[in-house]
Design a binder for this molecule. Structure first.
Ligand code: URP
Ligand code: ZN
Ligand code: ZN
Ligand code: ZN
Length: 475
C-alpha cells in the first residue's frame, strides 16, 4: 500500500505566512506531510508552475434563503456550492434565517433539509436572528451555539429583518454570554426609508437611486452605532460588507482604541461602482448591480484597499446573494420596474471572489500572496471556529486545496460560471490568476472549469467557539 493517497508535486505552497516549494502528501483526506520531495503516492498531481493554496473559505454567502415578498434566490446549495468549488472554494458559511415568529431551532432544522446531501463543498451555518424573544435569547441561542452554530448575523435595516437598538443590545449581550460572534449589517433603516420615499415622490425610481437612497453616511452612522453598542455590552463584533471610506474609518477608529471590532469587505467594493447601477442610460440593466450596501464611486476603491492593506479588514467575502435578472421573479420583474425599492438586493460572486482579489490585489501589487490567503481562507477559519482543521497547508489540516495558475488571464463571463443566476455583474472584467483544480479533503472536486465532485461530497461543519469572540476589551 502506498504511503499517500495523493501527492501534489512540484508546486509552490502558499500559506498566510510562508511561500515555499514543496510536495504535499495527503492521506485519508488530511494533509500528512509537507516536504521537499515525496514519492509513494497512489495518485500524483503535477502542480509545477502552480500555487498550492488553502481552499477558499467564503464566510458570507446566501443560498436557498427564504424571501418574504420578493423573488426566490437563484442558488440553492447544489448550484451555489458547484459555483463555489469551481471558483477555488472548499467551505462556505451561509445563513439559516429565522423568520419572525418562528423558532431559531426550527429554522436551522429546515435549513439542513436544503443543505444536507446537496453540497459540493463543506459548509457551516451562521444564524440570522430577526426575532430576539426572551426564549430565543436565553434558551435557543445558547443551545445552538453549543451545537456548532457559533456566529449569527443581525440587521439594522430591511423591513423583515431589522432590529431596533434595544433588540441589538439584547442580542449583543446574549452573544457575550454564549461567546458567539455577531456579524452586523450596518445601514440605518429610518434614513433609508426617508430617502426612498423622497426619491420616489419625485419619480427617481431607476435602479441607480438605490445607491442614492443609502449613501455612505447612512452606513457610517449605523457602523458607529453598532460599535457603540458593542462597547456598551463589551462584546466583539464583525461589521460585514463594508463598502467604502467612511464606514471603514469608523472601524479603524474603534480598532485604534483597542476594541475588538472586525471588518469584512467584498469584491463589489473594489470592482463595481455606483455608475454601474445606471445601466445603459439609467435603464433597468442597472438592476443587475443592486446590492446593499451599494457599490460606491470609483475613488472609494482605494479607501477599501487601504483598509485591506492595513488590516482593518480581516476577511474578504463574496456576499454571494444571487437573483435571476430576466424572467419570472427576476430582478427585472414587473414590480421592480416600478421602483428600485422592489429590486431584490444581492448579486452573485462566490465563483469570482478569488480571481478578483488575486488579480487586483496580488497581480497588481497591492497585497502579497500570503495576505491573499489570509483574507480568503485562513482568517475565515480562525474567526469562525474552523481552525485548525481548515485554512492552512500543514500536517493535520483537511486537504482542502486550490491549485492556482498565477499567470492565467481570463475574461470573466457568464459563459464560465456555474452558479444558478443568469448573469455575472463582473461580465467582461479581465483578471490574471485563475483556479485550475480544487480538492476537498483530498478529493478532486473541480478541474479546469469542470465539476468532477458530487453533491454528496460536502459535510456539515460543527464549528468551535471563535477565539475572536472572547469579550473583555471593548469597554
Ligand atoms: O444586497 C445584499 N448584500 N444582499 C444580501 C443580504 C445581505 O445584507 O447581506
Ligand atoms: Zn487511504
Ligand atoms: Zn447584509
Ligand atoms: Zn449578505
Amino acid at each position: 500500500m502506498n504511503q499517500f493517497d495523493v501527492i501534489i508535486r512540484g508546486g509552490i505552497v502558499v500559506t498566510a505566512t510562508d511561500t515555499f516549494r514543496a510536495d504535499v502528501g495527503i492521506r485519508h483526506g488530511k494533509i500528512m506531510t509537507v516536504a521537499n520531495i515525496l514519492t509513494d503516492g497512489t495518485k500524483i498531481i503535477d502542480a509545477s508552475g502552480l500555487l498550492v493554496m488553502p481552499g477558499g473559505i467564503d464566510s458570507h454567502v446566501h443560498l436557498a434563503q427564504p424571501s418574504f415578498d420578493g423573488p426566490a434566490m437563484a442558488d440553492g446549495f447544489e448550484s451555489g456550492t458547484r459555483s463555489a468549488v469551481a471558483g477555488g472554494n472548499t467551505t462556505v458559511l451561509p445563513f439559516a434565517l429565522q423568520p419572525r415568529g418562528a423558532s431559531l431551532r426550527s429554522s436551522v432544522v429546515n435549513y439542513h433539509k436544503e443543505a444536507d446531501g446537496q453540497s459540493y463543498c463543506d459548509y457551516g451555518f451562521h444564524l440570522i436572528v430577526t426575532d430576539p424573544t426572551p426564549s430565543v435569547l436565553s434558551q435557543e441561542l445558547p443551545a445552538l451555539v453549543e451545537d456548532g452554530y457559533t456566529s449569527f448575523k443581525v440587521f439594522m435595516t430591511y423591513d423583515d429583518l431589522v432590529l431596533n437598538d434595544r433588540q441589538l443590545l439584547e442580542v449583543f449581550s446574549s452573544a457575550r454570554d454564549c461567546k458567539a460572534l455577531v456579524m452586523v449589517h450596518c445601514e440605518g433603516y429610518d434614513a433609508i426609508r426617508f430617502m426612498t420615499e423622497r426619491l420616489e415622490a419625485v419619480g427617481k425610481t431607476a435602479p441607480y437611486y438605490h445607491a442614492v437612497s443609502r449613501p455612505e453616511s447612512v452606513e457610517r452612522e449605523a457602523t458607529h452605532r453598532a460599535i457603540s453598542h458593542a462597547e456598551l455590552t463589551d462584546v466583539p463584533i464583525m461589521i460585514v460588507h463594508v463598502s467604502g471610506r467612511e464606514p471603514m474609518e469608523q472601524i479603524r477608529w474603534a480598532q485604534n482604541r483597542g476594541m475588538k471590532i472586525y471588518g469584512e469587505t467584498c469584491p463589489q467594493y473594489i470592482a463595481l461602482t455606483s455608475e454601474d447601477l445606471k445601466g445603459l442610460n439609467m435603464d433597468e440593466t442597472g438592476g443587475k448591480y443592486v446590492c446593499s450596501p451599494p457599490p460606491r464611486e470609483k475613488e472609494s476603491w482605494e479607501a477599501v484597499w487601504s483598509g485591506i492593506k492595513t488590516g482593518v479588514f480581516q476577511t474578504f467575502s463574496s456576499d454571494h446573494c444571487p437573483f435571476f435578472y430576466e424572467g419570472v421573479g427576476g430582478k427585472l420583474n414587473d414590480k421592480a420596474r416600478t421602483s428600485f425599492r422592489w429590486v431584490p438586493n444581492g448579486i452573485p460572486g462566490v465563483e469570482t471572489r478569488l480571481p478578483i482579489l488575486y488579480s487586483r490585489g496580488v497581480a497588481e501589487g497591492r497585497i502579497t500572496v500570503n495576505e491573499f490567503v489570509a483574507l480568503t481562507s485562513t482568517n475565515h477559519a480562525k474567526i469562525y471556529g474552523l481552525y485548525p482543521e481548515k485554512g492552512s497547508i500543514a500536517p493535520g489540516f483537511d486537504a482542502d486545496i486550490v491549485l492556482w495558475d498565477p499567470n492565467r488571464k481570463e475574461t470573466i463571463s457568464q459563459r464560465l460560471m456555474h452558479h444558478g443566476a443568469d448573469y455575472t455583474p463582473y461580465e467582461g472584467q479581465q483578471v490574471t490568476g485563475w483556479p485550475v483544480m480544487t480538492l476537498l479533503r483530498g478529493k478532486i472536486v473541480a478541474e479546469e472549469g469542470k465539476i468532477v465532485g458530487s453533491k454528496s461530497d460536502g459535510r456539515f461543519l460543527k464549528r468551535r467557539l471563535s477565539p475572536y469572540a472572547m469579550p473583555g476589551s471593548n469597554r
